[in-house]
Every structure is written in C-alpha cells, then in structure tokens.
Design a protein. Sequence first.
Length: 260
Amino acid sequence: MKKLIVNADDFGLDDHTVEWTIKGFECGALTSATIMAGMPATGKAVEYAKSHPQFSFGVHFYLVDEVPMCKPDEIPSMIDPKTGKLWRTRKFILRNFMGLIRVEDLKREMRAQFMAIKDAGVPISHVDGHGHNHRLPQSIKALAGLKEELGFTKVRRCQNLAVVGGRLGLLSRLINGPMQKRIEKSGFKTTDHFLMNAGHTDDGKWFTKALETLPEGVTEIGVHPGIDENWRKVDTEDCFQNACSTWDDKSIALMNFNDL
C-alpha cells in the first residue's frame, strides 16, 4: 500500500509562508506542517494549528543561521562569536561531526524551541530540522536525550529518495545511511521514505513525477510553500494546483504524522 504524508516546512517563518501553507491545507495538498518557533509569523501558524487538529503539526528545529531562542552564553558551542548568531550551515555541519557542538547546548536550544510551540497549545506530532540538521551525530544524541523528557517519538528520517531525474548530493549520500541507522537505534519512529526537492530541480512537474514513482510503504514528501522565490514556487505550484486532484487515480492513501 502506498501511503503519503505531505509536510510543509518553515510554517511561521513569515506571513507569506504562512499564507501559502494555509492555502495548501485548504486545497487538500498538505496533510502536515512543522512550525518554526520565535519567527515573525509563528503566532499565526500556531493559531491555525490549534484550530485544525485534523492535520499533524510538528516542530521545525532551526540550529543554524538564525538568532537562537536561548541566550548566546547559554549555548556557547552553537554560537559564531563574530555574529552572535547560530553558526552558518557549513560550519555547523563540520563542527557537529567534529564533536565541537555540545549535546547539552543542543538540548537546551531544542528544548526552548519545542516548549515555545507546546506551551502555546499545539499538540506536537513529530520533529524535524531546518536544513535537515537534526540528522547529524550530535543532533541525534540531543534528540535521544530529549525524547522521554519532551515526549516525542517521531522524527523525520534521512532522505532516501531523489527527485525524479536527479540524484542525492554527495554529502547527503555519505551522511544519510549511517545517520538513519543512528536515528532508528535511538528508538525513533520514521516513515519508510523521504523526498524533498528544495531547489534540486526546476522541473515544474517534479511532484507529479514523484507520485508516479512512489514506492510501497509510507513516504513523506516535504515542500516549502510560497511563490516569493523561484525554488519555493517550483515546490508549490505542481503540488498545490495539479497533484492534489490525482490521489485516488494513483491509489495513494493520504495520512499525517498522527497516523504513523
């Protein structure tokens, strides 16, 4: 049986993203979203999530680039001293693999972001990471350390499906297999498959093609709703305008993370 979760990342990032994420839910294209804490439109995302329990809503941990929720001196290993913000992505990945990002710092920041959404009244179904930085060694240790305390058991798996006509990047191919084993060893539940475009192709039919080649089992497809940037527009248009009318024809059962 082919089962599908369509999850919108970045819910709450800004007004534009929230507007288009809601459009996705209302047209039937989305079944789930992950909320970013402490962003300009987080409040709007939270209010929508609280009033639409038929969908699943998780936490989208951001561990790079942004201003953290914790004070910088509370999470020193995560902070670039030149900017006072979280490390940029490449430096974070390198430092994570080198063990220079402290697990306790990651737990403190993840806890703050998670509780900001939970305390606002949103039932949290799962967690994932901005830029997939939850899949790195120190990040997985932090997630495992928070699992019982915060009460989450479902985590986005590492990507194992490539966009049709493309292939996973070298870094993803090297990281994803071993890191997925660590996620599973930590006792987390994941989907069988995960696919995200996020600028890997400009093919306006990438989502429809993904449905045509969907494997058996539960697949999550992640999208970034919006039309303010071309890569978001490519992510959005095929998914929202065309593919959502073809579920029955393709014998795909829609679900969300509450059903996993």
